[in-house]
Design a protein around this ligand. Structure first.
Ligand code: HDD
Length: 740
């Protein structure tokens, strides 16, 4: 897929977006240009509320808040909400204080049950525009050329609770609601193209195994524990998904740099009634990039909201994330296989080299939620929400999902009318004859909510031929005996895991080895580690040996013949080049450094579509330059690239003693927090640039003349060279790789 940046147009947009980023990130320093006068007093008279945030429309009819006066839920204006009604200033609260009771009652019920899986997530609004390239294979109206459709996307982790960290090792959910004119289409996918189980009846088992242990309720949002590895080592169809989870795919750099997959095979139907089988793919414009595992762990403590913040900062700054939607298309043959791959088996991919992903439209996320609860928490997706032209297949995992997603909303959203919640309302007219139930918001007219009727004039009518009704693809269901069994082709649990392993570059393999070693090292039961090593032996002896060495256990021999596989380069994240738009560039400044250079550099970084963040010993301003991070608040993980414009010395009285090295001349040292910044960026294979006094920091951090470290005479010279390195995301050769 083409993801290059059409240079000029995008540059203009990016420059203006970058200026918005600067506004957004510039602290509101009293006295700094553009800062608002400080206001500490609570307003006493009604006044217009603050305007909504940039790019954020408030709900229709409201202007931020819902009016100027505070009222009860019944609309009576209130003159006090800070004191309960008491029998004298020192007396008990009176039962008759309706406002008190109503306020506390509502507060007591603010929380709803979190999602049983995918509880932690972040949503955003956007638009999908179709290229028209799918018109031949589907009648779906939203895929007609040039058609624009509103979308709401929710990204999520799977295992953690609603308040868990964003950067844990886990699969990410990628659920998209297309509000099409012909009814809502939900593409409820993940960032990993395969799933742990082949039949949805086992979903409670894999989730019980992955969730925290039932006795102590730990660990949170982790697969590094006995129950998870117990299940996946006993239940070997999970090995493919597990390998993806041990790869860098499970620690994305950003939601913006994740692929998305519909996973199951779907069936498309065109105007002529012909069908094809397809798999859906989302391809991010910025490419697929990941965190380093140490970064992910540090972020869990330093910025657990990292992905959420990254998504919303980018959108509010105008650096709108984009994905292309693509399909792999397969003939709809009776055996539902392609090149020997069973298309109904959700533990299998079809390599892109065998069936290229054909782009059919582009999605742009351009608006953050106005109210997180109302939109992100209450959105309810369902893989069975399909418009005419798209239908399901018999994939037993998909079939099970068709039940679960309706059912779960009854508990989570409190009844059967959740489709009336604003974020879930279709943009197509609804006339479903469903009546009553908890939280019914509609005032349905008519006396005959049944069909056929004569009392309401026969309304509503069902659509006839040519009236764009949903089509159930007329698929033949073979005459068969009822069984609880899978097709034989589902028995191959290892060949595609080996395919994935063999498609990785040496550094990606190294990361996978370390991930298995870390996770299995966290297990207590030796039998579980040994059983998983047996699974690894059946995937690849080198992988097995390396992990076994790390665990201090013998490597078993394979128990099956190893599959002959052809690697799929599309599966690797290394060796490709991508636009650097929206990446963060940390610039260490100090008042004695080259500030003229920094001024020029900021402009150059903006012009390159990236975000400069100035890091200084203190907040506020350094000369006329706004400081976005201090040595106390900035940590390397936030930056994709680090530039050093000075060599800040430690303020002896400002540093706690633990930062000083015993016996060293600490008065002459570079501030150790800056040294740490450089060391971490180096360890995480990030590009580093320095000039002037900045170059001396490199020596303190013992980082010199290694790949991806650029030292030059001026800021612009260094940036010109160092920004080229961003296209590959990291300086991969800096990572050690013990396997070929
Ligand atoms: Fe699921 C939520 C993705 C299999 C049962 N699932 C949920 C979400 C995503 C997925 C992204 C979060 C949606 C949101 O943001 O609100 N699930 C998947 C994928 C699967 C999958 C890609 C396999 C290919 N799921 C799956 C099975 C079952 C469920 C087999 C049950 C039989 N999933 C649920 C659920 C959830 C859910 C319990 C929890 C909250 C919700 O549905 O609305 O019904």
């Amino acid at each position: 897929m083409d993801s290059s940046t059409p240079a000029k147009a995008v540059k203009d947009v990016v420059e203006s977006a970058a200026e918005k980023v600067a506004d957004f990130l510039t602290p509101n320093v009293p006295g700094s240009p553009g800062s608002a006068p400080p206001s500490v007093e609570e307003p006493t008279a009604p006044r217009e509320p603050l305007p909504p945030k940039k790019e954020q429309g408030a709900p229709a009819g409201a202007n931020g808040q819902q009016g100027s006066y505070l009222t009860t839920a019944q609309g009576a204006r209130l003159r006090d909400t800070d004191h309960s009604l008491k029998a004298g200033p020192r007396g008990p609260i009176l039962m008759q204080d309706h406002h008190f009771r109503e306020k506390i009652m509502h507060f007591d019920h603010e929380r709803i049950p979190e999602r049983v899986v995918h509880a932690r997530g972040a949503g955003a609004h956007g638009v999908f525009e179709a290229y028209g390239t799918a018109e031949a294979v589907t009648k779906a109206g939203f895929l007609r050329k040039g058609k624009k459709t509103d979308v709401f996307v929710r990204f999520s982790t799977v295992l953690g609770s609603r308040g868990s960290a964003d950067t844990v090792r886990d699969t990410r959910g990628f659920a998209t609601k297309f509000y099409t004119d012909e009814g809502t289409f939900d593409l409820v996918g993940n960032n990993i193209p395969v799933f742990f189980i082949q039949d949805g009846i086992k979903f409670p088992d894999i989730i019980h195994a992955g969730k925290p242990h039932p006795d102590r309720e730990i660990p949170q949002a982790q697969s590094a524990h006995d129950t998870f590895w117990d299940f996946v080592s006993l239940h070997t169809e999970a090995q493919h998904h597990t390998m993806w989870n041990m790869s860098d795919r499970a620690i994305p750099r950003s939601y913006r740099t994740m692929e998305g997959f519909g996973i199951h095979t779907f069936r498309l139907i065109n105007e002529a009634g012909e069908t094809v089988l397809v798999k859906f793919h989302w391809k991010p414009k910025l490419g697929v990039h990941s965190l380093d595992w140490e970064e992910a762990q540090l972020l869990g403590g330093m910025d657990p909201d990292f992905h959420r913040r990254d998504l919303y900062d980018a959108i509010e700054a105008g650096a709108y994330p984009e994905w292309e939607l693509g399909i792999q298309v397969f003939p709809d043959t009776p055996d539902e296989t392609f090149e020997g791959i069973d298309l109904l088996d959700p533990t299998k991919i079809v390599p892109e080299e065998l069936a290229p992903v054909q782009p059919i439209g582009k999605m742009t996320l351009n608006r953050t939620p106005t109210n997180f609860f109302a939109e992100t928490e209450q959105v309810a997706y369902h893989p069975g929400h399909l418009p005419p032209g798209i239908d399901v297949t018999n994939d037993p995992l998909l079939q099970a999902r068709l039940f679960s997603y309706l059912d779960t909303q009854l508990t989570r959203l409190g009844g059967p009318n959740f489709a009336q919640i604003p974020i879930n309302r279709p943009h197509a007219p609804v006339n479903d004859m469903f009546r009553d139930g908890f939280h019914q918001h509609a005032v349905h007219a008519g006396v005959a909510p049944y069909r056929p009727n004569s009392l309401d004039g026969g309304n509503p009518f069902v659509a006839g031929d040519g009236e764009n009704a949903f089509v159930d693809a007329p698929v033949t269901v073979a005459e068969a005996t009822k069984v609880r069994a899978n097709p034989v082709s589902f028995d191959d649990h290892y060949s595609q895991v080996r395919l994935f392993w063999q498609s990785m570059s040496p550094v990606e393999k190294e990361h996978i080895i370390r991930a298995y070693t870390f996770e299995l090292g966290k297990c207590y039961e030796q039998a579980i580690k040994e059983r998983q090593l047996q699974c690894l032996a059946n995937i690849d002896p080198v992988l097995c040996q390396e992990v076994a060495t790390g665990l201090g256990l013998p490597a078993p021999e394979p128990t099956i013949p190893l599959a002959e596989v052809t690697p799929s380069p599309a599966l690797s994240q290394v060796g490709k080049e991508w636009p650097a738009d929206g990446r963060t560039v940390g610039i260490v400044v100090d008042p004695d450094g080259d500030l003229d250079g920094v001024r020029e550099l900021r402009q150059a970084v903006f012009a390159a579509g990236m975000v400069p963040l100035l890091i200084a010993p203190h907040g506020g301003m350094v000369a006329d330059l706004p400081v976005q991070r201090t040595f106390a608040t900035g940590r390397s993980i936030e930056f994709d690239l680090l530039l050093l414009a000075g060599a800040p010395v430690p303020a002896p009285d400002a540093l706690p003693a633990r930062d000083a090295k015993a016996g060293a001349d600490n008065s002459a040292a570079v501030d150790p927090r800056v040294t740490l910044l450089v060391e971490e960026c180096w360890r995480h294979a990030k590009a580093i640039g320095a000039w002037g006094a900045g170059a001396t920091v490199l020596a303190h951090a013992a980082v010199t003349s290694t790949p991806g470290v650029v030292v030059g005479d001026s800021a612009t010279e260094v940036f010109t060279e160092v920004r080229q390195l961003m296209a590959a995301h990291r300086v991969w050769e800096r990572f050690p790789a013990s396997v070929a």
